[in-house]
Design a protein around this ligand. Structure first.
Ligand code: FAD
Length: 310
């Protein structure tokens, strides 16, 4: 129930204002978001790469409803990719970028999908010049078909573009089969939005079982599976399924979020696994932050305690 309430609050402008202006927020948010500027993103990425982790960087923002804002986000990604290239981080995909299509125009009325495709195409071209890749984040289920359609179009020109699939959606095992071919890159996560029973599994057990089925499909396929989870059981099962499918280290990767289970991230990297950290940066941290609170009640308690002691 707390999860649902927090996810609903993540869409409320009134709560957004309260949380964004609370004096303690920045300190707590800092645990999940290294900073607001491109330099903060590059600094955090350099540190991670120095410790043998890979990164994927997200310029924070979502649900953009005006064209000028969508263009600004596109430009921010192009600038970011230039900075990553200048810092020597993007070569060989050590630092790539993650893009939410709703931040580059998908949510615009009329031809939002077409605008998002054009902006994503520009970002992919900048990524190609920087020697790296792009992964499309997945948002709520009303956008899944549109995002997969943009993915298909982009892959015509940039076959290395990846996408996220969410194990909590009932459709995802079938989507994994569709996207398990040669060259495909799929980031599998549990899913972070508040979804109805008609489209999504509701219990933790069902979601975990779906995650395992989807991992099996991806590992047995010909693509490149990216297991995005902090769940220790699913990390272990993922490793076992990779061995069962005859895969060697490096033919798949693990992914975790910045600030979450950093010791486990380092342990996997030290074992020779590819371990990529999702690094968000920017001012528009509210939606991202609320989803992190929703995932773990202890984060909410920590945040409320910090509010109370101010
Ligand atoms: P959980 O069962 O939620 O967590 C397992 C354990 O991990 C917890 O017991 C705890 O120890 C730790 N943990 C998990 N979350 C937190 C937290 N917030 N704070 C502190 N500890 C925590 N979701 C989408 O819907 N679309 C996306 O595009 C997307 N991209 C993602 C990219 C990456 C790289 C990752 C790692 C996640 C992404 N997610 C995305 C979020 C994902 O769907 C889950 O909501 C999130 O990863 C929590 O699920 P879990 O698999 O870690 O398992």
């Amino acid at each position: 129930m707390l999860r649902q309430a927090l996810l609903q609050m993540s869409k409320s402008d009134r709560v957004r204002h309260l949380v964004e202006t609370a004096p303690v927020s920045r300190g707590v948010v800092h645990r999940f978001v290294p900073g607001a500027d491109v330099d903060d993103a590059v600094r955090a990425s350099s540190e991670l790469v120095a410790s043998h982790r890979l990164v994927t960087i997200d310029h924070l923002g979502e649900d953009v409803f005006d064209l000028a804002h969508a263009r600004t986000t596109r430009d921010a990604y192009v600038t970011l990719l230039q900075h990553l290239s200048d810092a020597g981080l993007s070569a060989d995909g050590r630092a790539e970028v993650s893009v939410k299509l709703s931040a580059v125009g998908q949510a615009l009325e009329g031809d939002g999908e077409k605008i998002a495709l054009e902006h994503a195409w520009d970002i992919c071209q900048a990524a190609q010049q920087a020697g790296t890749t792009v992964t499309l984040d997945m948002e709520d289920h009303t956008t899944t078909d549109s995002t997969l359609s943009v993915l298909r179009d982009l892959r015509g020109d940039f076959p290395w573009v990846g996408a996220v699939l969410q194990a909590y959606l009932r459709r995802t095992e079938a989507d994994c089969k569709d996207l398990s071919g040669n060259g495909s890159r799929v980031r599998l996560c549990k899913g972070a939005y508040d979804e109805p029973e008609s489209v999504a599994f509701q219990s933790r057990d069902e979601v975990d079982r779906s995650y395992v089925r989807c991992t099996k499909v991806l590992m047995q396929g010909e693509g490149y599976p990216m297991l995005a989870t902090h769940d220790p059981r699913l990390v272990d099962i993922g490793g076992a399924l990779a061995v069962q499918a005859g895969r060697s280290q490096g033919s798949y990767e693990y992914q975790m979020l910045y600030g979450i289970r950093p010791d486990e991230q380092q342990r996997l990297a030290d074992q020779g696994e590819k371990m990529r950290v999702y690094v968000p940066y920017g001012d528009d941290w509210y939606g991202y932050f609320m989803r992190r609170l929703a995932e773990r009640p202890a984060n909410t308690v920590f945040f409320l305690r910090a509010l109370a002691t101010k």
